[in-house]
Every structure is written in structure tokens, then in C-alpha cells.
Design a protein around this ligand. Structure first.
Ligand code: NAP
Length: 244
């Protein structure tokens, strides 16, 4: 790892898509800040794996849905690495229930983590990136933001908000050379994905033009690729094989 290697902060890096993104950035020589919320053991595994790939990650516990914890996390990253070149807003949760049965808590929790969490991280990192006169922010949204979905209106609304946040932030921050893009992953059999797989396997398979799921490693490579494009901002990239 180069001493002046760029720094990537990845939220929700302890499992699933965030973990794969962390591995892709480690392979590419980034210095890493790996955020997790509750699962320290898993985060430590990712720390070990990224270290084996030549990185020296900083592991930071924080609830992205709490603006004070986000502020403290970013301070820790700055203390350790002194800069943040890439933010991947990946942390996310589901609390699935149909609208007629959804509680206030289920609605609020998903909006707090998936939308407000993305905003707190974006706002605080972009202050640093504006100072640096460079930075890239990748917001992980979802296909359901475009299509709507039965049983998770809270999640779809939050992820649609993430797209609007992306476009607005790109317009505000472009003149400071800070790029902001959204990526819509396909379906992945992570802990989150497994929850819906049992119920909707047939439908998910039949909707995919390739009749198979997107490769999670390819998704992570795609996130890395977009992070490194100096000319793309305000875009929404659909990385999967369903036609919308
Ligand atoms: P996952 O396997 O459930 O992992 C979620 C990650 O987010 C974990 O690292 C978790 O940390 C972290 N997290 C959850 N709440 C957090 C909070 N309040 N503060 C900080 N970190 C938090 O999910 P995934 O499938 O990898 O999904 C990753 C992202 O991709 C999400 O934004 C999701 O909406 C999006 N996405 C997923 C799919 C899919 O098919 N899986 C499709 C489209 C979009 P702990 O381990 O510490 O709990």
C-alpha cells in the first residue's frame, strides 16, 4: 500500500455488498475505513481479509442513522488517514411489511438509516472533499426506487430519496470537483437478499434477462470503476439484468 494511497470510507462494510466493495477497493490499493453497526466479529473478518490484500483498514463502529455518531466516525477517519477521497454510502436495512400493517417505527427506522444516514455521511464527507477540491460519493440505492414494490414501501421511498439526494448533491457539489452518483444493484443473496429470496425466488429469476443473478464481485468492481471516473456525476447506474 502506497503511503499516499487514496482513502475510501465504506459504510456497512461488515457483510454482503459492503464487504465485497471493501475487498475490491483493498485490491486496488486504497486505504480503507470500514464502518459497521452491530456486527464487530464480521467487521474484524473483513479487516483481516483486506489486510491480507495489502490494505491497512481502520474499522469504525457507528450507527449511520445517528448524525452525532456519523460526525464522530468521520473525525476518527480523518485522525487516522487525514483525508477521504471516496465515500460509499452502502449501509442499509429493511423492515418489510405491507402499507396497511406498517408501524411508525418500521417506517421511521428504514428512513433514518437508509436516507438520513446517507445524508449525514454525504454532508459531513463532502465538507472534507470540498476542502480537498476532489472527492467521489457513491450512493447505493435499489431498483425498487424506480419500480415500487409490494411489502416494502418504506425501503422503496428511502431508496428513491437517495436518488434525489444524489442528483441534488451532484448539482451543488460539482463546482467543487466532488462527484456524486447512485448505483442500483441487482438482487444478491446477502443476509438482506435472503429474506426475500424464499418468498420471491421464481419471480426474481424470471424477471432477469440472463436468468441468473448479478455477480456480487462484478457489482463491487463496478462501484470501484465509477468511483474512479473523473467525469461522471449526477448519474444513476442500474447494474443488473432486469429490464425496467
Ligand atoms: P446486508 O447483508 O444486510 O448488510 C447490511 C450492512 O449494513 C451490514 O454491514 C450492517 O452492519 C450495515 N448496517 C445496517 N444498519 C446500519 C447502521 N444503522 N449503521 C451502520 N451500518 C449499518 O445488506 P446488503 O444486501 O449487503 O445491502 C447493502 C446495500 O445494498 C443496502 O443499502 C441495500 O439496500 C442495497 N441493496 C441490496 C440488494 C440485495 O439484493 N442484497 C439489492 C439492491 C440494493 P452490521 O453487520 O454491523 O449490522
Amino acid at each position: 500500500m502506497m503511503i499516499d494511497a487514496p482513502v475510501a470510507l465504506i459504510t456497512g462494510a461488515s457483510r454482503g455488498i459492503g464487504k465485497e466493495i471493501a475487498l475490491a477497493f483493498a485490491r486496488d490499493g486504497f486505504r480503507l475505513a470500514l464502518n459497521y453497526h452491530l456486527n464487530e466479529a464480521k467487521a474484524r473478518e473483513v479487516e483481516k481479509q483486506t489486510t491480507q490484500l495489502g490494505g491497512k483498514p481502520l474499522v469504525v463502529k457507528a450507527d449511520v442513522g445517528d448524525s452525532q455518531q456519523v460526525q464522530d466516525m468521520i473525525q476518527k477517519v480523518m485522525k487516522q488517514w487525514g483525508r477521504i477521497d471516496v465515500l460509499v454510502n452502502n449501509a442499509g436495512i429493511t423492515r418489510d411489511r405491507t402499507i396497511l400493517k406498517m408501524t411508525d417505527a418500521e417506517w421511521n427506522e428504514v428512513l433514518q438509516t437508509n436516507l438520513s444516514g446517507s445524508f449525514w455521511c454525504l454532508r459531513d464527507c463532502s465538507k472534507i472533499m470540498v476542502e480537498q477540491k476532489e472527492g467521489a460519493i457513491l450512493n447505493i440505492s435499489s431498483i425498487v426506487a424506480m419500480r415500487g414494490s409490494i411489502g416494502n414501501a418504506n425501503y422503496a421511498a428511502a431508496k428513491a430519496g437517495v436518488i434525489a439526494l444524489t442528483k441534488s448533491a451532484a448539482k451543488e457539489l460539482g463546482r467543487f470537483n466532488v462527484r456524486v452518483n447512485a448505483i442500483l444493484p441487482g438482487f444478491h443473496l446477502t443476509d438482506m437478499g435472503r429474506e426475500v429470496w424464499g418468498k420471491y425466488e421464481e419471480r426474481i429469476r424470471s424477471e432477469h434477462t440472463l436468468e441468473r443473478l448479478t455477480d456480487i464481485r462484478e457489482l463491487a468492481q463496478f462501484v470501484l470503476f465509477i468511483a474512479k471516473q473523473k467525469s461522471a456525476s449526477g448519474q444513476v447506474y442500474n447494474f443488473e439484468s432486469r429490464v425496467i
